[in-house]
Design a protein around this ligand. Structure first.
Ligand code: GLY
Length: 350
C-alpha cells in the first residue's frame, strides 16, 4: 500500500477523500467496500484519456469492475447540455442500474458534469471523483456542487450531490501544462487568504509541497462545507475572487482560464476591501500572485464588468454579496447594493 492521507466529510452523504502519490493503482481497494460488485461508467476528457485512460480501465478491470468509458473533448465548452444528455444515454446503453456507479476522471469540467449525470440518472446513482488537475483536487471534486453551463451562464444548471468517494492521486498532476497547474495555484492561494494565514505563508516560496498543501486545502473546504453544505452562508467565502473572476471569464468567452480570472478577481476584491472599510492586503496578495506568474491586469471596464456580474447567479435581488479580506487568513461576506458595487468598481477600474 502506498501512503495516503484520508479526510472525512460529514454531509448529507458522508465520504472519504484519499490524497496520495500513485494511489490510482489502489482504486479497486477503495471502491470495493463502497460499491461492491458493479458496472461503472467513466466520464473523462480527451487529454486525460490520452494520458491515463487505458491505465484506469485496466486498473478497474484488474479489480473486477466492468468499466465503460465516455470521452468528451477537453475544455469548458464540453460542459454543456448536449454532452450531459449524450452521457446519460450512454449510461442507459451500458444498462447501468441503481446499484452501478459513475466515475469522474479529469478536471472540473468532467467532475461537474459526471456529478450532475449521477444525480439525474435513475434519480441518483453513486459517483466517484478522481480529480486530475490541482484545481479539481482542491476545489471542484469536494463538496458536491455539480453543474453544466448553459448559454445564459456558467454552472447555471446543477444540483448539490455529494460523491461516494474522492481519490486524489497527486502524481497525475505531473503532466499538467504549467498554466493549467498555475490555475489550481490561484485556488490554493484563495484558501490561504480566506481562512489560513499559515498556509498563505507556506505559499510564499513556490513550488509548494503538493501532497500536504492539497490536503490542507481539502481540509479547509471540508470544514466550510460541513457548516454550510447548501451554500446559504459561510460557504460563500469560497467565492473569494469568483464574482469578479466569473464575470471576466464570461466576457472573455472563456479565453481567460478560470484560475487566471480568479487571480484577477481576487485582486479586484482585495482593492475593494479598503473602499468598504475593510483591510488592505491588495499589495501583498498581488505580489504573491505575480510570483506565480499571474497577469493581474483587468482587460475590461468597470461598466462591462458590472453588467456581467449582474447576470451572475450569486445575486440575490438588488444586493450582491462580495467576499472581502479583513486581513490575510480572514475574509468576510459583505452585502453591497448594486449601485454601491458599480461605484466601487469605477473607483478601482476607472
Ligand atoms: N467552488 C465553491 C464551492 O464549492 O462552494
Amino acid at each position: 500500500m502506498l501512503p495516503y492521507t484520508t479526510i472525512h466529510v460529514e454531509a448529507s452523504r458522508s465520504y472519504d477523500i484519499h490524497i496520495g502519490r500513485g494511489i490510482l493503482s489502489q482504486i479497486g481497494g477503495f471502491l470495493r467496500p463502497l460499491l461492491g460488485e458493479c458496472r461503472v461508467a467513466v466520464l473523462t476528457d480527451s487529454t486525460v484519456d490520452d494520458l491515463y485512460g487505458e491505465r484506469l480501465i485496466e486498473t478497474l478491470g484488474a479489480a473486477g469492475y466492468t468499466a465503460d468509458k465516455f470521452v468528451v473533448p477537453a475544455g469548458e465548452a464540453s460542459k454543456c447540455a448536449d454532452n450531459l444528455l449524450e452521457f446519460l444515454n450512454f449510461m442507459a446503453d451500458c444498462k447501468l442500474t441503481r446499484s452501478d456507479a459513475v466515475i469522474a476522471f479529469g478536471g472540473g469540467v468532467v467532475g461537474d458534469m459526471a456529478g450532475l449525470s449521477a444525480a439525474l440518472y435513475l434519480r441518483g446513482v453513486k459517483y466517484v471523483q478522481i480529480p486530475t488537475t490541482l484545481l479539481a483536487a482542491v476545489d471542484s471534486s469536494v463538496g458536491g456542487k455539480t453543474a453544466i453551463d448553459i448559454p445564459a451562464g456558467k454552472n447555471l444548471v446543477g444540483a448539490f450531490y455529494q460523491p461516494a468517494l474522492v481519490c486524489c492521486d497527486t502524481e497525475l498532476m505531473d503532466t499538467l501544462a504549467p498554466e493549467v497547474y498555475r490555475d489550481g495555484c490561484a485556488e490554493v492561494i484563495k484558501y490561504g487568504v480566506i481562512l489560513d494565514k499559515n498556509l498563505y505563508d507556506k505559499l510564499q516560496q513556490p513550488p509548494f509541497d503538493r501532497e500536504s498543501v492539497v490536503a490542507r486545502c481539502v481540509e479547509i473546504k471540508r470544514d466550510v462545507v460541513q457548516q454550510d453544505e447548501f451554500d446559504n452562508g459561510v460557504r460563500g467565502l469560497l467565492n473569494f475572487g469568483h464574482t469578479f473572476g466569473h464575470a471576466i471569464e464570461k466576457m472573455s468567452r472563456f479565453g481567460v482560464s478560470h484560475g487566471s480570472a480568479v487571480a484577477k478577481g481576487m485582486v479586484i476584491a482585495a482593492r475593494m476591501a479598503p473602499l468598504c472599510g475593510r483591510g488592505n492586503v491588495a499589495e501583498e496578495l498581488s505580489a504573491l500572485l505575480a510570483g506565480y506568474g499571474f497577469d493581474l491586469s483587468c482587460p475590461y471596464s468597470a461598466d462591462d464588468l458590472f453588467d456581467a456580474i449582474l447576470s451572475d447567479k450569486k445575486r440575490r435581488g438588488g444586493n450582491i454579496t462580495v467576499v472581502l479580506p479583513e486581513a490575510v487568513g480572514h475574509c468576510v461576506l459583505v452585502g453591497l447594493t448594486v449601485e454601491e458595487l458599480h461605484d466601487k468598481l469605477k473607483q478601482i477600474l476607472g
